[in-house]
Design a protein around this ligand. Structure first.
Ligand code: NDP
Ligand code: GDR
Length: 378
């Protein structure tokens, strides 16, 4: 079917990340020509987009990757001049909150000044009337929450170098909209996950860790603050909204969330349920642990009643924590007709199925004398 979108060109920073990969798929399906910025790494870092990769030697490829970095102004300017995109999705970031305490200056450079570099390049090249800009803002801006649920008008109170950097990015995006008439929007997205989620974010750490334990590849999952409460959605639902935000008459900022909240402990329980393991939490504080009460399926052949498979390790606590987040997506629903299609529980099941498949393969390889790539302190 011919679509009026086929001639549009999009540039995605962070295309190799979770959201970038889903967004690239989504835009390619819509007929966009998609350009993405990837970082140079000593190993391949394109696993999430390998299935949509197009050989540049082919005629008229619809997906093109450019080496680049949000820390490099001249590189960003050159790519923008070359691509002249209709839409820029700025998803690239040092996106790990706990890691931002370890690398605060780098996080500020990439997440805050990186956003300014892109906006300035658009202006410098005279693209402000052509190019629409999406900024990946975050519920972490609310930090120490001032109102529940959080909506577009809730005051911000960042609690990490990551959130402070994203606060600058949020406001500089608003500023370029107001000062230069740029079509620029902030999507204030609450946590969203998927089987492509990075392995060190809490949901994926849980599904991957417990799936490995189910097959005897690891023995215990070490966690931080399992009382933390989050509003979790599926990345596929959220990238759809990123695109919708750039298709409106007027640029506006939107909260994207499910409006439902669960604890990290709930997510551990759901994962255990998916693996056919009944888990009992015992003790409190740093002594709390998850003990196997019963195993009711053959999905977890290496687990038996009485095994302690979850423990608390204080190293995963953060210097300042965001205890609770719950979004109010009414504006997105009412103005754009957006509602999430996938529940957090369904998403958990999808993630477990994927990680269980990988664990099974690794266990099979190990039983047959091969090494498996499992080690990592996450
Ligand atoms: P990921 O961590 O999965 O992906 C981040 C992407 O940014 C990767 O492609 C990464 O490259 C790239 N990147 C990192 N540093 C640089 C740099 N210096 N220059 C260029 N690119 C860089 O994040 P998500 O996909 O989960 O999130 C996308 C965006 O949305 C991020 O900005 C994040 O902060 C924000 N966000 C995410 C939410 C979530 O719950 N997922 C919620 C709200 C906001 P590489 O693959 O090489 O590491
Ligand atoms: P978050 O996501 O910090 O909300 O940022 P993450 O999954 O890392 O943590 C969620 C909550 O779980 C608690 N937690 C643990 N977290 C991790 N990573 N590892 C653990 O072992 C652990 N134990 C408990 C955390 O303390 C926290 O409260 C994500 C990122 O994608 C950001 O880029 C994005 O902006 C926000 O979501 C919205």
């Amino acid at each position: 079917m011919e679509s009026d979108l086929v001639n549009k060109r999009a540039l995605i920073t962070g295309i190799t990340g979770q959201d970038g990969s889903y967004l690239a798929e989504f835009l390619l399906e819509k007929g966009y020509e998609v350009h993405g910025i990837k970082r140079r790494a000593s190993l391949f870092n394109t696993q999430r987009i390998d299935h949509i990769y197009q050989d540049p030697h082919e005629f008229n490829p619809r997906l093109t990757l450019h080496y680049g970095d949000l820390a490099d102004t001249s590189n960003l300017t050159r790519i923008l001049r070359e691509v002249e995109p209709d839409e820029v999705y700025n998803l690239g970031a040092q996106s790990h909150v706990a890691v931002s305490f370890e690398v605060p200056e780098y996080t500020a450079d990439v997440d805050a000044i990186g956003t300014l570099r892109l906006l300035e390049a658009i202006r410098f090249l005279g693209l402000e009337k052509k190019t629409r800009f999406y900024q990946a803002s975050t519920s972490e801006l609310y930090g120490l929450v001032q109102e529940t649920p959080q909506r577009e008008t809730t005051p911000f109170y960042p609690r990490s170098p990551y959130a402070a950097a994203k606060l600058y990015a949020y406001w500089i995006t608003v500023n370029y909209r107001e000062a230069y008439g740029l079509y620029a929007c902030n999507g204030i997205l609450f946590n969203h996950e998927s089987p492509r989620r990075g392995e060190t974010f809490v949901t994926r750490k849980i599904t991957r860790g417990l799936a490995n334990i189910a097959h005897g590849l690891e023995s215990c999952l070490y966690m931080g603050n399992i009382d933390a409460l989050r509003d979790w959605g599926h990345a596929k639902d959220y990238v759809r909204m990123q695109w919708m935000m750039l298709q409106q008459e007027q640029p506006e900022d939107y909260v994207i969330a499910t409006g439902l909240q669960h604890s990290v402990r709930d997510f551990i329980r759901w994962t255990a349920d998916e693996l056919g393991v009944t888990l009992r939490f015992e003790g409190s504080g740093a002594e709390e642990c998850g003990v196997v009460e019963a195993v009711v399926s053959d999905r977890s052949p290496a687990v038996k009643p009485g095994d302690v498979i979850v423990r608390i390790d204080p190293r995963y606590f953060r210097p300042a924590e965001v205890e609770t987040l719950l979004g109010d997506p009414s504006k997105a629903r009412e103005k754009l007709g957006w509602t999430p299609q996938i529940t957090a529980r369904e998403m958990c099941a999808e993630m477990v199925a994927e990680d269980l498949g990988t664990a099974r393969r690794h266990a099979f390889l190990r039983e047959n004398g091969f090494k498996t790539p499992l080690s990592m302190d996450i």
